[in-house]
Design a protein around this ligand. Sequence first.
Ligand SMILES: NC(=O)c1ccc[n+]([C@@H]2O[C@H](COP(=O)([O-])OP(=O)(O)OC[C@H]3O[C@@H](n4cnc5c(N)ncnc54)[C@H](OP(=O)(O)O)[C@@H]3O)[C@@H](O)[C@H]2O)c1
Length: 298
Amino acid sequence: MNSKQVVLITGSSTGFGRLFTETLARKGHTVFATMRDPGGRNAKNASEIRTLAEKHSLPIYVLEMDVTDDTSVELAVDNAIAKAGRIDVAINNAGYYLSGLEEAVTTEQAQRLMDTNFLGPVRVNRAVLPHMRRQRSGVLIHVSSGAGRVVLPSVGFYCASKFALEALAESYNYELAGQGIECVIVQPGAYETPVFGNTVVAADQARTDTYGAAKDFPAKVNGALSSRAGNAQEVADAVLRIIETPAGEKQLRYRVSAQNFGVDEINDISQQVQAKVLEGFGLTADTKFRKGKAAGSA
Ligand SMILES: NC(=O)c1ccc[n+]([C@@H]2O[C@H](COP(=O)([O-])OP(=O)(O)OC[C@H]3O[C@@H](n4cnc5c(N)ncnc54)[C@H](OP(=O)(O)O)[C@@H]3O)[C@@H](O)[C@H]2O)c1
């Protein structure tokens, strides 16, 4: 793989995605910064990114992608391949936070959340993997969260979406390692981005009203999260280090956070348990990373 890589990022309009775009492009990586509706509601964000690219001669291309729409995902991936000929890294970043007592979250709200935070990466991975397989190399990055490992009351659906993402990414990791394709999970703590302003609130107020003191969980949790939010550039710097780590040397999970509530410990124990599970099923050798061979080579 070239040291300068072709990177496709979802949810690049704001927050982490926007920072990843700029941080990676400034190091010479070609970035396809995808976002919803760059000609409409994200026109200002798209134009700021294009202006930055022009001003500093950065290899950034803005593309439209709604991760809840199969056709939109496939079109963006096709456009990136037509332009660059390859995608070395796909960063599944698009996602949002849903806050509220679980009983007050409607099934429609829950479906929409899973459609973005979980099925979004399913669509993106399915679209990019045939190209990575052809290249015999590639990296799938999944922006999870500490909430993909620990649970807070009033964050249950968001946690569920990130737990689901973690399971999917870990399984992809085992299945793809033999083909030279790596899977990585990034678990940020709380960081200053527009995420809290974009929070969706559980819609069924009548259910919430029956809860007594637990009604205050969302305010307590969200207040604590935003008060300890760190500088989001830390996460962008971590992602840069990850994609510049040689193939076969990346970790499955990277926790990026100033606070440690034990997520690292869960990751360590999980790694030990998973190693035993794979061994018990006779899968250890088959799930080890092997550099992909170019088509036709011995
Ligand atoms: N900030 C934190 O403390 C924190 C901590 C852990 C994990 N995370 C995760 O980090 C990721 C990025 O969040 P952020 O903090 O950077 O917040 P953000 O600024 O709100 O960014 C979220 C991005 O996702 C995009 N998005 C939402 N639905 C989409 C869809 N259907 N298709 C395409 N893009 C969509 C948004 O685009 P629009 O502009 O079109 O809405 C936006 O670009 C999320 O997965 C979040 O769960 C954040």
